[in-house]
Design a protein around this ligand. Sequence first.
Ligand SMILES: Cc1cc2nc3c(=O)[nH]c(=O)nc-3n(C[C@H](O)[C@H](O)[C@H](O)COP(=O)(O)OP(=O)(O)OC[C@H]3O[C@@H](n4cnc5c(N)ncnc54)[C@H](O)[C@@H]3O)c2cc1C
Length: 271
Amino acid sequence: MKPQAFDYHRADDLADACQKMTAGEVRPIAGGQSLGPMLNLRLARPDALLDVAILRELRGCQRITGGVLIGAAVTHAEIEDGLVPDNTGGILPRIARGIAYRAVRSRGTIGGSLAHADPAADWITTLTALGAQVILQRPSSRGSARRRMYLDDFVTGAMQTALSPDELLIAVFVPDVAADSRFGYFKLCRKTGELAHAMAAVFCAATGDGQRVVFGALPGAPLLLAGGDALDQASWRGALAERYPDMEEADITVRLHVMNKALKRSQTHEQ
Ligand SMILES: Cc1cc2nc3c(=O)[nH]c(=O)nc-3n(C[C@H](O)[C@H](O)[C@H](O)COP(=O)(O)OP(=O)(O)OC[C@H]3O[C@@H](n4cnc5c(N)ncnc54)[C@H](O)[C@@H]3O)c2cc1C
């Protein structure tokens, strides 16, 4: 199928982009790796697309106190290739490398992935485990209208986020991962390039901030368990059953298996 006709906008800078977001139904497009198919299937029918991949303000990376800010339009491939300062001891490039194929990674962006909020996407699950935040910007005639949210607040459901229709995701803040922290990730896919059927991430901070486990690829937003119970099998089962009372036992078993794999990887530093 072909997309419905749409206009295409470019912007000189972020302020100009924010203004353009207010003119009718305008959808930002970054790598087009998820929006492209949605346009073709007419699941998205915007009046116009705004190209955010070319915005200078969304392309940079910066070390700041406590972490790194990664511009929303930075591609998975750039993270894979080490072009972004890695404050995670290799976690970021490792996750990037596992996303689809190189062709997808060369176009797809970290911001596009988070804004799309596919439950089976790699960044959402892993960055939730790491306690990352998103920086959002909307147009304002009275100074900055910027807000910052933890990912677990930002993703509100499957393909649903807290983004307002006129708001842009401009950056991701990834907190520093202290040496001796432990991280494990596992996803179940039938073949490379296919979105996962189940995924899980485990993060135990060496700084004493406790442990965080995240179930991804669920029917809704990622499920985060933090604190003392986070590595307790009974807690995992209880949390899944509470969120999804109708989930089949087989589906729960698969998810527990995947979480156990992620936990083992976190303990053995296996990749
Ligand atoms: C064959 C294939 C296999 C894939 N496999 C995987 C995989 O294994 N793991 C995985 O995680 N992902 C996978 N993906 C998805 C891929 O990672 C995409 O790159 C990602 O989902 C979307 O990024 P994008 O930059 O292409 O966003 P786009 O497609 O351009 O946009 C996606 C959505 O985000 C919005 N958006 C984009 N940028 C912004 C912004 N700055 N502010 C606000 N909204 C914005 C758009 O309006 C749209 O709604 C796969 C994709 C394909 C085509």
